[in-house]
Design a protein around this ligand. Structure first.
Ligand code: ARG
Ligand code: ZN
Length: 856
């Protein structure tokens, strides 16, 4: 069944108070729910509650038991036909957390109880109006054996606790802030915690705790420091203060996504909490920092002001991703953060926008909401907020968000409410801008320039390709950041063009001579640029631009000019190659690189996935072959520079963590090229770094470079890593993923072995992602002429769908772009999708993806 935004209706009933009692047990947990229900408006419709995989024990209205023939039960609902206008409803159900492998609702992870209720998990705990526009005040009582579950947590503040008979104990919690059911959380088990505190801007003390199993407890300090920084940042930048006396975070091994912002009780994937230098890379530290911030920021953008319905998901996710991106940018290198965010957008969101699941950031319809936690809703959603920030300016944007938080506090609202608040606060007309919320597809911007008589004319043209169910799109309103540079490198003009027509011209007068034009600085709009820029201009911008994004992008363009023609001719154009080679040399010999992390990014060729995204027809073998040839030639031709770069950055001269991390990034980029030369001396260098490393960043960089090369002692190295790290699940995930990403047709055989490894399991999402997710993103290894990579993936999707449909559906989407591939790949991908589609018992999650992938 398809749900449509246009069919939204206010709820027939409201629930203002929820009292829950849990008596925990792995196979039969009792849930008693006492609800204060009121009819919403004048109607005589039945009360229909959502409920899935529940064993109903009893129903009572105003303390009178309701007989079984007085309600209608299906496997998705409980219908009470004639209810009073205002009443108390008590429902008892039984659930089996131990059997819950979908990891939605109440489940067990490493023996502890935890919950995941967004989007529709609460209905797997008890019958309820499980929709975000029903907000209630919750009281929760948890009863469990004291020995197995010393810790009992829920949302809000602790009220009371005590010991019961038979080794049981109990705890009571109260959350004073009305919330939708998707923000409910319960955690119980044998957990340790670390604690700290934060004093808010109005002087209130908040107790901060991070809980996890004892083996991990010494890896939580970075997450705690990140939490405190996030709290201070949201006060400073958005004026948002925390609103409870405690803030709890729990890290668990088994989690479908990254983390969840449950009110006062965030539940996290361990991947985004645990970090120490021995086991986590610099990139892991940054990921922890940003996800901790993301979930904290949800306390206002998501919890205090929540979503009316799930079509509004980007209201909280797009805005919160924008907030966490800016937080990380403020903390570290803004340019590198922007480059990395753009890379994620291009690799995942552009691909989604050009495939069968393309949808606007506010979708019009869905079959399974879990399939819409997408790069479009999250990352493109964040880009849309970023454009608003730029079009309005920081001050008006802040007035707008202040107004939004003030007007809608405690309510469930829409993206329209958000945009309208910004409009009211700024006076800027956003009528046309709203098209970003309703039109899918990545706009294509054509840029042409003409110069004469001291006047530069920039002509911009926009178009947007058709997407499923959407044709003939109207022009978008977007900010295009432009700067003009003089021949000697001075920045003459920098301004924001407000681009809102299909075709539009912009004039720059009084120029002494023809300037070099920099367009889409800071990647000011989520678009594809078609701009026949000369290589000379690109080199000029690499040298003189002060925006790191444009410097990096210009380098990427030089690389694409080398790679793209070779995809069809099979030959590297010597001049195109020489330009890249010389640009690399110039970058590496620059005595004062402005930002070492930007430099590391500039010395990286465009990822295979992005080259594929730009191609009209994807020939995976050609892309890998050309890209590998370029890497090998650059490595050999520039060996002495890479070696010098390695040596210069191999010693810790800096004292701050950020400079040290940038240095490591640059050094390890150099090491990658050195290993690619295939010289024994560099294998030895990498092997030495692997063994001598004092941190996981250096150890893993050396390991990755060697494992993905032709290193003769590869097998022994892989065993050594396993022996050393087999007891650290997050490190072992990396071990699995690096092998699954081996850029070679050998990857299939290795992946088959990994899938039979004793540490592989289909019940842990991180482990599944590290093998099957990594493999499906391996252009050279996954896409084979014999189609065996696709067949393996589909075999496992069928198995996994019985265990965890959300994760299974994510894996299928790697076949979504089959139409864009050359033969025989396209046919082989389609064959496997068709085979999957023939399976009769598919989840709604997988069914939606596979049927859309196959539909015309
Ligand atoms: N709201 C969470 C976050 O972005 C994501 C939870 C999504 N969960 C799911 N099962 N779809 O922070
Ligand atoms: Zn989020």
């Amino acid at each position: 069944t398809t749900i449509y935004l246009k069919e939204y209706q206010v709820p027939d009933f409201l629930i203002s108070q929820v009292d829950l009692e849990f008596v925990l047990s792995p196979d039969n947990t009792r849930v008693k729910s006492r609800l204060k229900v009121t009819r919403n408006g004048a109607h005589d419709r039945a009360l229909t509650l959502c409920g899935e995989k529940l064993t109903l024990i009893s129903v009572a209205i105003n303390d009178e038991s309701v007989a079984a023939d007085a309600y209608e039960q299906t496997d998705m609902s409980l219908k009470l036909p004639a209810v009073p206008n205002e009443f108390e409803l008590v429902i008892e159900t039984e659930i089996a957390p131990q059997q819950n492998t979908e990891l939605s609702g109440l489940y067990r992870s490493s023996g502890n109880y935890c919950t995941q209720c967004e989007a529709e998990g609460f209905r797997r705990i008890t019958y309820f109006l499980d929709r975000p526009d029903v907000l209630a005040e919750y009281r929760v009582r948890i009863v469990a054996p004291k020995a197995a579950c010393p810790v009992l947590l829920s949302n809000g503040n602790p009220v009371a606790q005590g010991d019961g008979p038979d080794g049981l104990h109990w705890a009571q919690w109260h959350d004073p802030h009305p919330k939708p059911s998707y923000l409910f959380a319960l955690v119980a088990g044998d957990l340790q915690f670390i604690e700290d505190q934060f004093t808010t801007m109005s002087g209130r003390d908040v107790a901060l705790k991070i809980y996890t199993q004892s083996a991990y407890i010494n890896k939580c300090a970075h997450a705690m420091a990140s939490l405190k920084r996030s709290m201070a940042w949201d006060e400073r930048v958005y004026g948002r203060e925390y609103d409870l006396d405690i803030y709890n975070i729990v890290a668990v091994d088994d989690f479908n996504m990254g983390a969840m912002e449950n009110k006062g009780l965030n539940v996290f994937n361990t991947k985004y909490v645990l970090a120490d230098t021995d086991t986590a890379t610099d990139a892991d530290y940054e990921a922890v920092e940003s996800v901790i911030a993301h979930e904290y920021f949800h306390n206002w953008s998501g919890n205090r002001v929540t979503c009316r319905d799930w079509f509004q998901l980007s209201l909280k996710e797009g805005f919160t991703v924008f907030r966490d991106q800016e937080y990380s940018a403020d903390l570290g290198s803004r340019a590198v953060k922007r480059i990395q965010d753009v890379q994620v957008l291009r690799a995942f969101q552009f691909k989604e926008d050009s495939g069968p699941m393309a949808h606007p950031i506010r979708p019009d319809s869905y079959q399974e909401i879990n399939n819409f936690y997408t790069a479009t809703v999250y990352q493109k959603g964040a880009e849309v907020i970023r454009m608003l920030h730029r079009l309005l300016g920081a001050d008006a944007f802040r007035r707008g968000t202040d107004l939004y938080f003030a007007d809608f506090d405690g309510q469930a609202v829409t993206t329209e409410d958000f945009v309208h608040a910004l409009e009211r606060a700024s006076g800027v007309d956003l009528t046309q801008f709203r098209r970003w919320y309703s039109q899918a597809g990545t706009p294509i911007i054509k840029v042409e320039q003409h110069f004469g008589d001291g006047v530069l004319t920039l002509s911009l043209q926009q178009s947007c390709p058709d997407t499923p169910g959407q044709t003939d799109k109207l022009p978008f309103h977007m900010p295009i950041e432009v700067a003009l540079f003089s021949p000697d490198g001075k920045k003459l003009v920098a301004q924001t063009l407000s681009f809102n027509q299909a075709e539009q011209q912009f004039r720059f007068d009084n120029l002494a001579c023809k300037p070099v034009v920099s367009v889409l600085r800071y990647f000011s709009a989520p678009v594809k640029l078609e701009y026949k820029q000369s290589n000379a201009d690109r080199l000029h911008l690499i040298k003189y631009e002060d925006d790191g994004f444009v410097r990096w992008e210009s380098m990427q363009q030089l690389c694409l000019a080398m790679i793209q023609p070779a995809l069809t001719t099979g030959e590297l154009d010597p001049r195109a190659y020489q330009r890249v080679r010389d640009a690399f040399e110039a970058l590496m010999t620059d005595p004062n690189p402005s930002d070492k992390a930007v430099l590391a990014e500039m010395l990286t060729l465009p990822p295979a996935a992005y080259i594929a995204e730009l191609a009209s027809r994807v020939d995976p073998a050609a892309i890998s072959a050309v890209r590998d040839r370029c890497i090998e030639r650059l490595a050999k031709d520039l060996e002495k520079y890479f070696h010098a770069l390695y040596a210069d950055n191999n010693t810790a001269l800096d004292t701050d963590a950020q400079s040290l991390a940038a240095r490591r990034m640059l050094k390890n980029r150099a090491l990658f090229y050195l290993v690619e030369t295939g010289q024994t001396a560099y294998y030895a260098l990498a092997s030495h770094q692997y063994h001598a490393a004092s941190n996981m960043t250096d150890r893993l960089a050396a390991f990755t470079a060697l494992v993905q090369s032709h290193y003769p002692d590869r097998d022994a190295l892989i065993s050594d890593f396993y022996e050393t790290w087999q007891h650290e699940p997050l490190v072992l995930d990396k071990w699995f993923a690096i092998q699954a990403m081996r850029p070679s047709s050998e990857a299939l055989r290795e992946v088959e072995d990994l899938l039979h490894h004793s540490d592989f399991t289909l019940t842990n999402p991180n482990r599944v992602r590290s093998v099957l997710g990594a493999f499906s993103g391996n252009l050279a290894g996954f896409h084979r002429l014999d189609g065996k990579g696709y067949a393996l993936l589909v075999d496992y999707v069928i198995k996994l769908d019985q265990i965890n449909p959300q994760i299974a559906a994510r894996l299928v989407s790697s076949l979504n772009s089959w139409r864009r591939f050359t033969e025989p790949y396209a046919s082989r991908m389609r064959t496997e999708l068709a085979r999957l589609n023939m399976v009769s018992q598919l989840s709604s999650d997988v069914r939606e993806v596979v049927s859309k992938a196959l539909s015309v």
